[in-house]
Design a protein around this ligand. Structure first.
Ligand code: SF4
Length: 336
């Protein structure tokens, strides 16, 4: 695994970011108080079930929130400069040249009526001011870089396999040489073999180009293969953060433990996929106290009233009353 240089200043800082969605005139909090930093060459995962806020976090960073969403507080900084993430036009110079996004479902993201070489060349012409000829040349080089023969550039998206289309998306994301790539479930729609190939490709590009990667996924096994650090998200908040090694060897939050238990592990002979009981809350019905309490077998009285904040655990952070340093008196009250 590539070791990012922890002594260097972060490329990207997300500081106390909160985002609301407006639905029928009412505001609902989608993500709350998100903070993290990303360094050059580092791969960080945002992990959680659907609706946990991971895609909203990523779209906020790229300034791609839908019209009914707004950044209610916090900021995102790139190399120390505040990004205009709530202004689509002002974000355009930053997108693709500083931060690129690889979306899931390449067939929906690619234009079906244009040849793929043209689609990769387009941002090079717009952002880098290249001539068509130079941009086409770079697009062919990028196709080779992601493992597609350059002559396949004349194909239309429907003439390529799902894995090849996803490679084209990665080539497009790399076109303006951004130091940060956000992968929004980039392998979800693919079979396991193609998924492994795409993850290997991302790892290879990361080391070749010193890319920083934010990987959004619901799949912890993908995180284990690809990332240095992971942030586990639940109901719009980070509930645990740490190195991937620590999170797998010593998960602290009950949700993280269940996520890990839910994946098959051939090393331990566990082949059965064990689902997490119950459903996560939506942004419309977030409960009081800990949002995970209806699914948590360790829930205490305090979990119904107090929302646990993210506290340091030594090398990581966790938001759970089980790990808070309660006084003896508070512990008795917690279980009452
Ligand atoms: Fe479970 Fe309480 Fe911890 Fe929430 S705060 S995860 S309900 S023990």
């Amino acid at each position: 695994m590539i070791k990012p240089n922890q002594s260097t200043a972060p490329l990207l800082e997300v500081r106390a970011l909160s985002v609301d969605y407006g639905l029928k005139g009412v505001s609902f909090r989608a993500i709350e108080d998100m903070s993290f930093a990303l360094r050059a060459g580092e791969a960080v995962a945002l992990v959680g079930e659907s609706g946990s806020g991971k895609t909203t976090t990523a779209m906020s960073i790229a300034g791609l929130l839908p019209p009914n969403a707004r950044v209610s507080s916090g900021e995102v900084r790139y190399r120390g400069r505040r990004l205009p993430i709530d202004d689509d036009a002002a974000m355009r110079p930053h997108r693709w040249s500083e931060i690129s996004v690889v979306f899931q479902g390449a067939m929906n993201a690619l234009n079906p009526v244009h040849r793929v070489v043209k689609q990769i060349a387009e941002p090079c012409m717009l952002k880098l001011g290249m001539t068509r000829e130079k941009a086409n040349g770079l697009a062919r080089e990028l196709l080779e870089l992601v493992g597609i023969p350059a002559d396949r550039g004349s194909a239309f998206p429907h003439e390529l396999s799902g894995g090849m289309r996803q490679r084209v998306m990665i080539a497009m994301a790399l076109a303006c040489r951004p130091p940060i790539i956000i992968g929004d479930e980039p392998t979800t729609a693919l079979d396991v073999i193609t998924q492994a190939q795409i993850l290997t490709l991302l790892g290879k590009l990361r080391s070749q180009l010193n890319l920083a990667l934010i990987l959004i996924t619901h799949d912890l096994s993908v995180v284990a293969e690809t990332c240095d650090r992971a942030m586990i998200m639940y109901a719009g908040r980070i509930v645990e953060e740490g190195t991937v090694a620590d999170i797998f060897s010593e998960p602290k939050h009950p949700y993280t433990k269940l996520l890990i238990e839910s994946i098959p592990n051939p090393a331990t002979g566990k082949k059965i996929l064990r689902p997490i009981p119950g459903d996560p809350p939506t942004i419309l019905n977030r409960p009081s106290g800990c949002a995970f309490r209806s699914r948590c077998s360790f829930a205490m009285h305090v979990c119904t009233t107090d929302d646990p904040r993210l506290d340091p655990t030594g090398r990581g952070q966790v938001a759970c009353h089980l790990h808070r340093s309660l006084t003896q008196e508070q512990k008795v009250a917690a279980h009452a």
